[in-house]
Design a protein around this ligand. Sequence first.
Ligand code: SAM
Ligand code: ZN
Ligand code: ZN
Ligand code: ZN
Length: 423
Amino acid sequence: MISNVSYQSQDICFYCRSYNQMIGNYPENIAMYHFNDNTPRCQFHWQYQCFTCKNQVHFNGISWCYNCKIFSCISCSKEELVYETFFIYDYYYRIICTNCNTSLPCLDYAEYNATHPFQLGDLKPTENINIWIPIGVDITSSKYPPNTFQGRHRIMNLGKQIEKINLNLLNPISTKEVWDDLAEDWIKVMGDTGDLSHKYMILPDVMRFLELHLDDVVLDAGCGQGNLCRLISKEVQAVYGIEQSILLDEAKRLESINSKSINYIKGDILEIGSLYEHDFFDKVVMNMVLMDLQDYKGCMKNISNVLKPQGLFVISILHPVFANPPAMSIRIPNDSQRNEDRLWVIDDYFSRTAQKIFILSKPFIVFHRTISDYVNALIENGFIIEEMSEPQATEDYVKQHPRFFYLNETRKPNFLIIKARKK
Ligand SMILES: C[S@@+](CC[C@H](N)C(=O)[O-])C[C@H]1O[C@@H](n2cnc3c(N)ncnc32)[C@H](O)[C@@H]1O
Ligand SMILES: [Zn+2]
Ligand SMILES: [Zn+2]
Ligand SMILES: [Zn+2]
């Protein structure tokens, strides 16, 4: 075993620590390897040398043969996936001994199974470490579900937490409560005309996609404090705004200041069908709203009903791949203010759940679904998609607001904007 970095006596092995968090009473060894990254490790949880290729391999990629007294690694032999729960995992690998062809568990499962060479006494650690022996331990007491904690949650613990919410427990009006609660802070951040994301990244394409004409009748569904309504009202015959939360009071207040005539209604987007006549609007826009709605398909159906044939439906949403969820960012070091130290991790794209994220440091619920879910729902509700946009910050934007745009908005899209036409 090679130690490639210097010893720092105060660090605990990151596997020992996670196992301790999972099952309690797990002995926490001092870490002696890998101080340069976030996962310093003890000798038990370090690397072992493959008998065949002589490479040092992570303990979860190598098996020990107690007959031949040799290690076989993933690169040198066949392996097999076994679905079995242990610790907080729900599977492990077995690797065939390169000498005698016996199938043997990798050392993570071997440890749990008490067949790790250190536990068997086949090998002696060269460092002074505590060897865990699974006797009298309630390994079913783990507070984490299998298969999630080890990778995703650990990474998220370094950065931003995303909590999944059981859809069955969700109160149908909870998003209204969330927005009522957020309103005060939201108004401060958005001001009269929207924040930097709105002004630079979202609204230019939304306005272009709307193809506004002076005789248009337009609905802004989920209009918030009305910034887009006010923008649109300059270019069309009539604007309607529907909004569930107290943000609408702010919209009305700002309207009287600017003396624009906008038809605001406090209500639920899912009731649009009963509030307005069929084929009433030339255009409907939903600006950063659809991911708030659990019943996005019902919403599209309603909108299709109130839109005239050939009418436009313009949607902007948090990008389903690159904005949260399922993407989350970690900063290493986590107090770094340089954006290249912000690493984006994408995981769990197929999980169509409600997730709790934080907006303006208040808990907030968004519903995640895939890009094809959105596209197919539009198609099912009689729309043809004419254009999509994934806005990227320009050099000019970066010049004006480097900390906001540089790397955050230049290397991946945070928003997806869709222009759809009713058949
Ligand atoms: C991210 S804000 C966007 C507000 C505004 N469109 C803008 O771009 O500034 C989402 C808004 O959608 C509203 N909303 C979400 N679900 C709604 C529903 N079912 N009926 C009415 N409004 C809804 C929320 O109350 C919130 O004001
Ligand atoms: Zn350890
Ligand atoms: Zn090997
Ligand atoms: Zn063997």
